[in-house]
Design a protein around this ligand. Structure first.
Ligand SMILES: Cc1cc2nc3c(=O)[nH]c(=O)nc-3n(C[C@H](O)[C@H](O)[C@H](O)COP(=O)(O)O)c2cc1C
Length: 213
């Protein structure tokens, strides 16, 4: 079987905080299956938000006009089989820097031929107390819009903790990450095995219907 590659993004400003630990738990499962995982920290970088300039629509070169790490990360996602979007909860939502990255990267991907279509993708959230589910839903929005395949766990993909490392005390949260990783591996393997057997559905040209008169 071909090599399976996973890229995971840590939206936390903390390099070894709870989001990182959730991703490491998943990485541990992937490595048992000899699946390569690269964890990239986004939350400590200077990433500004989308300018809504639509230059990426015109250029069709899979690039954002803002010249920073985002363009490299778009290509890393394009070359991966699986994508994990990890974020801590900040004000019951995705952490700001992570959102800036996601808006830009997923917009570029969608207007440049839906380049993440049919990749396997999962959202992962770290939270102290409340806001885990809205953040999980917000991360899922990028995957849903991109026609990606989303594996599930035995609960929503949220781990609890406040200070870095607290998440390792969340027994249920750790299991959620392990089960998610195992199901993600299974889905990626099924996809690889079926690639030459089952034809992907034709990609429909997107219909836009703006609700204006
Ligand atoms: C700016 C900011 C906002 C936060 N907002 C929330 C929140 O809305 N709900 C919550 O339960 N925890 C909130 N937290 C706590 C973090 O979600 C929690 O500590 C999490 O484990 C951090 O993950 P990390 O270590 O990967 O950064 C917030 C933390 C920060 C710094």
């Amino acid at each position: 079987m071909n090599i399976i590659k996973v890229i995971a993004f840590n939206g936390s400003p903390k390099s070894e905080g709870n989001t990182y630990h959730a991703l490491k738990i998943m990485q541990n499962e992937f490595e048992k299956e000899e699946i390569e995982v690269e964890i990239i920290q986004v939350g400590n970088k200077k990433i500004r938000g989308c300018l809504a300039c639509n230059e990426c629509v015109k250029s069709q070169d899979e690039r954002c006009i803002i010249d920073d790490e985002v363009n490299g990360w778009i290509q890393k996602m394009k070359n991966a089989d699986g994508i994990i979007l990890g974020s801590p909860v900040h004000y019951a939502a995705i952490a700001g820097t992570m959102k800036s990255f996601l808006d830009r990267a997923f917009y570029v991907a969608s207007v440049n031929g839906m380049i993440f279509r049919h990749k396997v993708g999962a959202p992962v959230v770290a939270v102290r107390r409340s806001g885990g589910l809205p953040t999980f839903n917000q991360l899922s929005n990028y995957l849903n819009y991109s026609e990606m395949m989303i594996p599930t766990s035995n609960y929503w993909n949220v781990i609890h903790g406040t200070s870095p490392g607290d998440a390792l005390k969340d027994k249920e949260g750790k299991q959620i990450m392990r089960v998610l990783a195992k199901n993600m591996v299974y889905l990626m393997k099924l996809k690889k095995a079926g690639e030459n057997e089952v034809e992907a559905p034709e990609q429909e040209k997107k219909e836009f219907m703006n609700f204006i008169r």
